[in-house]
Design a protein around this ligand. Structure first.
Ligand code: SF4
Length: 327
């Protein structure tokens, strides 16, 4: 029986970090063994919020693919491709935009949130409002059966499903409705205690050397109420302890959970122990990275070959869409 198809993408808007690794890449790596996976570099999506400053985008595209491969994505198992090399996404985006009611886009929760959050750029653009339609095109053009999502991305997928149903209602049954592949992502705090995110500049990057990771972790925020070594701390509110729980052995976490509360252990000790496990976890990824950085031609070929394969499917679907719409 043919494998079911999964689609997911990532914006090349900065260097990938530990949150991306634990939140998406680890999951993608597992899925590639079970499904026919299409993973794409969403470079057009990166333009929706960063259209004016594109000077780093090519670097980010390449670095992202290096991170993907270093994290275990395999171009023999999954199709790794670049959105802008498959122009059929844009054609389907235009066609879907004809039948998508404007209020559907205006009510997307992240639309208003991001408009409020991003103050340093003009965000009131056609491209930004329409990005969920582009997202729908990305998914539907491969007739993806599943899209891996966390709970917060469910409304986006629901909108894709609505766009899909509306298209099919007018033109016949062209697209299968994509289903969510619910994924539990561990929430990773950044070095300042907020969610790890490029936009907060608080990330531990996959491309950081062990020395940089060490420096960042040693400077990381802990329980803010624990000012001096002799003050008891509270692991429940400590961002570093959240990383302990993911990377350090259970015995160490249990030990910290008791000793921190009676000032029996200092934050420096805890950070050093965390670093031991975190660096060991990252070591194979960083070693693979080093090899890949020296093979720029191979990276180009992987992107081009993946995009060529993706295009075959995208063109086939688009031909069906033209037929259904009588174009
Ligand atoms: S000892 Fe560990 S858990 Fe306690 S406050 Fe310091 S870093 Fe956080």
């Amino acid at each position: 029986m043919a494998k079911q198809r999964v689609l997911s993408g990532m914006q090349p808007s900065g260097l990938l970090h530990l949150g991306n690794l634990m939140g998406a890449l680890d999951n993608w790596r597992k899925l590639q063994d079970k499904y026919e996976c299409y993973y794409f570099i969403a470079d057009w999506h990166a333009l929706t919020t960063n259209y004016a400053d594109t000077k780093n985008i090519r670097t980010y595209v390449r670095e992202m693919v290096i991170d993907w491969l270093a994290a275990g994505l395999d171009p023999e198992k999954a199709v790794l491709f670049q959105q802008s090399l498959v122009p059929e996404h844009a054609v389907l985006h235009v066609l879907l935009s004809m039948s998508t009611p404007l209020p559907w886009l205006e009510r997307v929760p992240t639309y208003k949130e991001k408009m409020d959050q991003i103050q340093d750029r003009e965000m009131n653009t056609y491209g930004f409002l329409g990005y969920p339609v582009l997202q729908a095109a990305d998914i539907l053009i491969y007739k993806a059966n599943f899209v891996p999502v966390g709970i917060d991305q469910l409304p986006h997928l629901e909108l894709t499903r609505e766009i899909c149903r509306r298209f099919d209602q007018f033109y016949g049954n062209v697209f299968p409705e994509p289903q969510p592949l619910m994924t539990e992502y561990p929430k990773l705090p950044g070095t300042d205690g907020r969610k790890m995110s490029k936009s907060y500049n608080n990330t531990l990057n996959l491309s950081d050397t062990p020395e940089i990771i060490t420096k960042k972790v040693m400077a990381m925020i802990t329980d803010p109420a624990r000012v001096r070594r002799q003050d008891p701390g509270n692991p429940d509110v400590c961002p570093l302890f959240s990383l302990d729980r993911i990377f350090a052995p259970k015995e160490w976490c249990d030990h910290v959970n008791v000793e921190c509360r009676r000032a029996g252990i200092g934050c420096v000790d805890d950070k050093k122990e965390l670093l031991k496990h975190l660096l060991a976890y990252l070591k194979p990824i960083q070693e693979k990275r080093k090899e890949l950085v020296n093979q720029p031609q191979m990276i180009t070929e992987i992107i081009h070959e993946g995009s060529r394969k993706a295009r075959v499917i995208a063109q086939k679907t688009l031909a069906e869409v033209y037929e259904a719409m009588k174009l």
